[in-house]
Design a protein around this ligand. Structure first.
Ligand code: G4P
Length: 532
């Protein structure tokens, strides 16, 4: 194998996702403990955006500041280099999470066994399904009285619309939780609540019919496990990693993150089965990681809110070839050559400037305004990675300038903030009005504050009652023009000048879909990158 193949085979780039409170932060922390990237529990806690602080955006920004370094956590484990990409748990930053999902090769989804599948889990899973991202499911908090594991599996299949396959199985739960039997390697792990140590009570069980099992977990629980495993073997197909790698089947593990239980087996299995850096679709062709010329794209931009330091960090995912420091690369959108003298990596033990990076790696690039989300860098080839979708926002407000002397600053500010992906900007060409769309109220506070403090522009927001943004496309130009004429002020363009219809209500939207069969109504912008 050449160097590049070696480097690719070593890497696993993934994200942990969950509904807030299911245990993502705790699990992240345990992974880092196993990887030796941190020595004590509690170190990742700062990274978490507190759920209660919904109205206190400064506090969130402070925490976000802390989290720049932890946005990507790279660590070594069993000869692999693991890149764990952090996703904000806060619902208002959901778009950030969706974008991060475009930069990973697989995902671990955490479910709370008491609450089951929650709203945000469904949305996140939808994004994974769209991209056929392989998903491993971790059912957490088995030390609490949760739902029946079989019911949970049914709920997962039904609500997440994916086939599941347990690879470990809990022995009882809640206060009688005994442990987990690994179907993958026929080992039994006995539960011993301990928040600091790594559980060592592992017993290899060659045959679950053996009496040894009765002694270890009581005859009653042993029988239950035998019955359950029988049922599982009867109901589910023999485990095979290929449907998982295709994104059609999710292996399921059970455990308790806070007790450090059931995690190492999942991590070990993850190392075995999770994909190494995969090919990525670009507008003109698919790009394979082992291709020699370097390519990569920007999936996240982190702004410094300190007005004295206006620099931003753009996060680049390397897709092929080798990224090198002080080397000119081609910025395909700007058709411009740029080099980076201080690219940063995120290996916890070693936060130095990086000389080189390989497919699957994430590099932090100091940026003075050259980048927007989705930008592609190459060694010269003109191509654009695709699949960075914008989703229809949920809240819409019109941006109103409060200081006519500062309209230039306002214009520049709102452009830059939306390039970073803080919100989506729609422009109503009629009257040059600006409608800002977001997933949460918090972004409006963020925008208002940052426009004032970073750009010196004062603004306010007027709520607009829109139901959804729909990207409109048609081969029938005449019909499209007719629709735009009829819709008048509800027609806007997005940043890339695509036609967008802001539907005032579900009722009206359904009606127009029926009235205009010649038009396509899309609820994400993905289609347009797919066709570009
Ligand atoms: P999140 O990042 O997904 O939002 O969740 P996080 O890890 O912060 O976990 C949410 C809460 O659930 C935390 O409690 C955490 O300790 C708890 N938790 C995580 N794993 C388990 C588990 O296996 N069993 C039980 N019983 N609880 C678990 P908290 O009270 O919000 O925070 P803390 O004060 O304990 O840190």
């Amino acid at each position: 194998m050449g160097i590049i193949q070696d480097e690719i085979a070593k890497r696993r780039t993934f994200a942990i996702i969950s509904h807030p409170d299911a245990g993502k932060t705790t699990l992240t922390e345990k992974f880092l403990l196993f990887g030796g990237a941190i020595q004590t529990a509690g170190a990742v806690k700062n990274n978490k955006i507190t759920k209660t602080a919904t109205s206190d955006f400064m506090e969130i920004e402070r925490q976000r500041g802390i989290s720049v370094a932890t946005s990507v956590m790279a660590f070594h484990y069993r000869g692999r280099l693991i890149n764990l990409l952090d996703t904000p748990g806060h619902r208002d930053f959901a778009e950030d999470t969706y974008r991060t999902l475009t930069a990973v090769d697989s995902v671990i989804l955490v479910i709370d066994c008491v609450k089951g599948v929650e709203a945000q889990t469904e949305r996140l899973m939808e994004v994974c399904r769209m991209r056929k991202t392989p998903v491993i499911i971790f059912i957490n908090k088995m030390d609490l009285e949760g739902q029946d594991p079989f019911d949970l599996l049914d709920e997962l299949e039904e609500k997440l619309k994916i086939q599941v396959r347990p690879l470990s199985w809990p022995i009882s739960g809640g206060h009688t939780f005994k442990g987990v039997y690994s179907i993958y390697d026929s080992q039994l792990r006995l539960f011993n609540p301990d928040k600091t140590r790594i559980a060592k009570e592992v017993v290899a069980i060659e045959d679950i019919q053996s009496e040894e099992l009765d002694e270890l977990v009581t005859p009653e629980h042993a029988n239950q496990l035998r019955e359950d495993i029988d049922l599982i073997e009867g109901v589910y197909e023999t485990w095979d990693a290929s449907p998982y790698l295709e994104g059609d089947l999710a292996p399921v593990f059970f455990g308790s993150a806070v007790n450090n239980f059931g995690i190492q087996e999942m991590l070990d299995t993850f190392i075995d089965i999770a994909p190494d850096p995969r090919p990525r679709p670009a507008d003109v062709r698919d790009v394979h990681p082992e291709e020699e010329p370097f390519t990569g794209f920007i999936f996240k931009i982190h702004a410094n809110i300190d007005p004295r330091h206006r620099d931003r960090i753009a996060f680049l995912r390397v897709c092929s070839g080798k990224f090198a420091r002080n080397t000119f690369f081609h910025h395909t959108r700007l058709n411009k050559k740029i080099k980076f003298s201080n690219p940063a990596t995120f290996l916890a033990q070693d936060k130095s400037v990086v000389e080189e990076a390989w497919p699957g790696d994430v590099v932090g690039l100091y940026d003075t305004g050259n980048f927007k989300i989705g930008d592609t860098l190459t060694e010269g080839e003109t191509l654009q990675f695709r699949g960075i979708p914008s989703f229809s926002p949920e809240i819409f407000k019109e941006l109103v300038n409060l200081d006519p002397m500062k309209s230039k600053q306002l214009e520049k500010g709102i452009q830059q903030l939306t390039d970073e992906g803080v919100a989506q900007l729609f422009i109503r060409e009629l009257g040059n009005r600006r409608i800002v769309g977001t997933v949460g109220e918090l972004q409006f506070e963020v925008i208002q504050y940052r426009l004032e403090h970073e750009y010196g522009a004062k603004c306010e927001f007027q709520p607009k009652r829109y139901y959804k943004a729909c990207w409109i496309l048609s081969e029938n130009q005449e019909k499209l023009e007719e629709f735009k004429r009829i819709k008048g002020t509800d027609m806007v363009v997005d940043k890339d000048k695509n036609d967008v219809f802001l539907a005032p209500s579900k009722f009206l939207l359904d009606m127009e879909i029926a009235n205009f069969p010649e038009l396509e109504f899309h609820f994400t912008s993905e289609f347009k990158t797919a066709q570009a």
